[in-house]
Design a binder for this molecule. Sequence first.
Ligand code: ZN
Length: 157
Amino acid sequence: MNKSYYISEAITLAHQCLEDKLRTPFGCVIVYNDKIVGKGKASTRIKNDPTAHAEIEAIRDASQNLKSTNLSGCTLFTSSEPCSMCLSAIHWSQIKMVYYSCSRKDVFDFGLPDAFELVEKRKNVNKSDFKKFEMVQIKNDKATQVFKDWLLKQKIQ
Ligand SMILES: [Zn+2]
């Protein structure tokens, strides 16, 4: 596998984003058996979807093409270090290897927000005055019951 070829493919997608004012310059490709099986460009404002980061778009594309939610045999190449949302998506997709070009600090220095920092600050939400959004647990037995019912159903089937 030619890593520099695939990373440059991801960067090419990031460059293509410059053709549209609504896009930020992020690109991603996913490779399986030495073939690109998923591509993604930053599409949040084009799709009115705040989750449509390049990595998420590429994961969706690869999952559709491979007809699987398990991308454990795949490698992800992205033009910039993935944000915390994309890292979670990479976790759920079971991708084991990620290559990136720009670091989060590079991206932050270009004026784009660093989602890592937001997550880190949230951990100390009660200790600092940083409150981007609030999160409160409302316990309800019916919410846990749905999992008990689901488990029971799994055993019956
Ligand atoms: Zn992201």
